[in-house]
Design a protein around this ligand. Structure first.
Ligand code: PMV
Length: 318
């Protein structure tokens, strides 16, 4: 039996602008997906257990499918099994990450499964190889729509600066609260919307992208120097610019304002593509619990996270 776990992620600053080559900043979060691989003669069995699908299993040989959501959750694991031509194997995954929320749940599942399965089969893959294989598989399942950021953060952990290239940043960890709207988000359509706006109004959208890029660069120094209040201001400005690009929503706005108001957050913004999914906030003097209560009262699902956590790792038990 072999078990590995990999973290989810948040985009701290720079979403959407990064599509046009401007700097963004992402961090791994300590909500993890775990994959356990066991020998199981005569079958290729996938069991998933996460926030959406509790205790679901699918036998790839009998091909029995229990729900459409199940098909979505198992597509990634099937792709990994095919890649390694694995037979007589059972893969069991457990994830603390909500699906379709922009927290990198599919990348974390793919990376944990690639790591556990390759190790189980006696193949020593480097972290770079795990990242490359996982990115290729995630992209294949998502029909070309995957950013290498999610799989890179799931493998290497910590923080990444993303522009035309991806590089690791050595920064201290950051305590944050994530608020999930409960509305699934669709990265492709939000990216198309913003890029369409840019084509129609380049003289308006390009300066917004430039401002977002300056925020990302400034944020690197603020995180390094533990300047939480100023970092909060950067989040508020970045959220306003994303509002201007049309990727916020009523639900996201409500969580952001609840966090800044009753939650006492130092700053709050949507994270990722927008249109649904999640927001992030930095707790103020009232603390993370007050912030989580405010998010709950605004009908969001809060998670306390540490940003900049460890990447993929082997685990002792399932
Ligand atoms: O939907 P997410 O959280 O994976 O974020 C997408 C971020 C975008 O900048 C909108 C797109 C991208 O590929 O970087």
């Amino acid at each position: 039996m072999t078990t590995a776990s990999a973290p989810g992620k948040v985009i701290l600053f720079g979403e959407h602008a990064v599509v046009s080559g401007i700097t963004a900043l992402g961090g791994a979060i300590d909500l993890r997906a775990k994959a356990t691989v066991r020998n199981r003669p005569g079958c290729a069995l996938i069991k998933t257990d996460d926030l959406v699908l509790r205790g679901f299993s699918l036998d790839l040989i009998s091909g029995q499918l229990l729900s459409p959501q199940a098909a979505n959750a198992t597509r990634y694991i099937s792709a990994v099994l095919r890649e390694f031509d694995a037979r007589n194997i059972q893969v069991e995954t457990k994830s603390a990450l909500p699906l379709a929320a922009g927290l990198g749940s599919s990348a974390a599942i793919v990376v944990a499964t690639v790591t556990a399965l390759s190790q189980h089969l006696g193949q020593e893959l480097s972290q770079k190889e795990i990242a490359a294989t996982s990115y290729r598989l995630e992209k294949e399942v998502q029909q070309g729509m995957a950013s290498p950021t999610d799989t890179a953060l799931a493998v290497f952990g910590g923080y990444l600066r993303v522009s035309k290239e991806i590089s690791a940043l050595d920064l201290p960890s950051l305590e944050m609260v994530v608020g999930f709207t409960g509305v699934p988000h669709d990265t492709k359509s939000e990216v198309e919307k913003v890029q369409g706006l840019r084509r129609n109004y380049p003289e308006l959208v390009d300066p917004i992208f430039q401002a977002i890029g300056s925020i990302s660069e400034r944020a690197v120094h603020l995180i390094r120097e533990h300047k939480a209040a100023k970092l909060g201001q950067m989040m508020n400005i970045n959220h306003g610019l994303l509002e201007a690009l049309g990727v916020s929503s009523r639900e996201l706005g409500e969580l952001v304002y609840a966090a800044r108001g009753a939650g006492g957050a130092l700053g709050a913004k949507l994270t990722g593509a927008g249109g649904g999914g999640c927001m992030i906030a930095i707790p103020g003097p009232a603390g993370a619990e007050a912030l989580m209560t405010a998010i709950r009262q605004a009908r969001g699902v809060p998670f306390k996270v540490s940003v900049g956590c460890e990447g993929v790792r082997m685990e002792r038990d399932p």
